[in-house]
Write a protein that binds this ligand. Structure first.
Ligand code: HEM
Length: 452
């Protein structure tokens, strides 16, 4: 079928800075606004002449599918953001490409099979129960730091097993520094060299050195244990090997650990925090979710098998991830000129796709700002475009931690809802977009304990 290729529209912005100030002031709001004003494929320029970045933003489900899946080979992780991430967090599964990537994926994929992931459920449930217990005498909590701590402890326990306590404090302190540094540099029009002794460079280097030291020490211990080691993720990474790919050396293992921490911690924390906060603002949906959680046998430690009994809570989580996708935007570099959703994207273009915008696209989601978990009944899901909802990306580079994250979030929410009734104190939560979506203000909820 012949398509008409049309010129890409976009805002003019200020003559000198383009749309830089709008994007700096309110990145997420600016993307929503430019879709409303200019459509599904928009060209935005930002920054002063000579240092100007031109972004090609694609907001439709069709366009996201083309970039992530059907034309994925032509859209590479060669942009400034991924380059900075590679320099800070190494060449792990999230950042590597080509032969390196395929080798890593073959070695790592077996650690994320359903059977393996289901085995992590006990750690998840125990950590969530510890969080519930720590709230016992507290009338009110801010769910953002609380879920951050829970997600950090859970992913650290799964990675480091018995060494969780040795790792968790250092990681909690250093990871935000590394993640802020990558975000700053990933989107700045110009960056000082990393070798200059600026305060930001020094802080990030110290944080990286500290987190490397902890990982290296635990990795060395695991390798010394050899086959006799445990079955935490780090032991599995240390033992992973096959004939074609050999095994991962200690530096490669460390890169993977950092990627799992960076990609798996804040993202899951954000999803759980917003799901809880939305429930705290919507008592009817909360009561329905709790009824489901309480229909599971009391005093029983939840396992992966219990997920089948929690379909509504799963829908709540999906709806929370629609409204607050933890990775609100993703970027790629276009290699050869490509036709995307009826527009020609030039070779070398910086391309941005945005779950944040597609998830609120009024053609895909009626009344898009309204919280309604029933959008995710199987019947409704079957009628929507496959890429109307893509918080985990898609195509060959889709999130490897997707099942783990869903399992963790749904089971943790079930444990917390069985223990407490929640009522929102803050109704609106201010947001910013870094590597992940972040709350920049409190998301407090009042607690009423249900269990003795
Ligand atoms: C709510 C939770 C999560 C969200 C929203 C999320 C989101 C994403 C997204 C959007 C991508 C694709 C990035 C791109 O295409 O540029 C991705 C990739 C990835 N994620 Fe996640 N993630 C989550 C949890 C996790 C967890 C728990 C882990 C690991 C323990 C993890 C590890 C990874 C890795 C290794 C990749 C790269 C996969 C590849 O390229 O083959 N993520 N994630």
């Amino acid at each position: 079928m012949a398509t008409t290729i049309t010129e890409i529209p976009g805002p003019k912005g200020l003559p000198v800075l383009g749309s830089l100030l709008d994007l700096r002031r309110d990145t997420l709001g600016t993307f929503l606004r430019i879709r409303q004003e200019y459509g599904d494929v928009v060209r935005v320029s930002a920054g002063p002449p000579g240092l100007r970045t031109v972004l090609h933003c694609v907001f439709s489900a069709e366009g996201a599918q083309q970039i992530l899946a059907s034309q994925a080979a032509n859209f590479r992780k060669d942009n400034q953001f991924y380059e900075e991430l590679r320099l800070s967090a190494g060449n792990g599964l999230l950042t590597s490409q080509d032969a390196d990537y395929l080798r890593q994926r073959r070695l790592i994929q077996p650690m994320f099979t359903k059977r393996r992931v289901d085995g992590y459920a006990t750690a998840v449930t125990l950590e969530a129960a510890a969080t519930a217990e720590s709230w016992r005498d507290t009338p009110e909590v801010d769910v953002v730091p609380e879920m951050n701590r829970l997600a950090l402890r859970t992913v650290s326990r799964i990675l480091f097993g018995a060494d969780v306590e040795a790792a968790v404090d250092v990681i909690g302190r250093t990871l935000p520094v590394i993640s802020d540094y990558v975000t700053q540099r990933g989107y700045a029009p110009v960056n000082p060299p990393r070798t200059w002794p600026t305060p930001a460079n020094r802080r990030a280097e110290a944080a990286t050195r500290e987190v490397y030291a902890v990982c290296d020490r635990i990795i060395a211990e695991r390798r010394a244990q050899g086959e006799g080691g445990g079955d935490d993720l780090l032991s599995l990474l240390s033992r992973a090997s096959n004939e074609e790919d050999g095994s991962l050396d200690p530096a490669e293992i460390r890169d993977q650990v950092l990627v799992f921490l960076l990609a798996g911690h804040e993202t899951t924390a954000t999803s759980m925090a917003f799901a809880l906060h939305l429930l705290a603002r919507h008592p009817e949906e909360q009561a329905r979710a709790r009824k489901e959680a309480e229909s599971l046998p009391p005093d029983h430690t939840l396992t992966a098998a219990d997920l089948d009994g929690l379909p509504y809570l799963t829908m709540v989580l999906k709806e929370a991830m629609r409204l607050f996708p933890a990775a609100p935007v993703m970027g790629r570099r276009c290699v050869e000129p490509a036709e995307i959703d009826g527009h020609l994207i030039p070779a070398g273009a910086d391309v941005l796709i945005a779950p944040w915008v597609t998830h609120r696209h009024p053609d895909l989601w009626p009344d898009p700002d309204h919280f309604d978990p029933d959008r995710f009944t199987p019947e409704h899901e079957a009628t929507r475009h496959r890429y109307a909802w893509f918080p985990f990306g898609g195509g060959p580079r889709a999130c490897v931690g997707q099942h783990f994250s869903m399992l963790e979030s749904v089971l943790a929410l079930a444990v917390l809802l069985r223990s407490y009734e929640l009522e929102a104190v803050d109704t609106e939560v201010p947001l910013s977009a870094g590597i992940t979506l972040q709350a920049t203000g409190p998301a407090r909820v009042r607690l009423r304990r249900r269990m003795p």
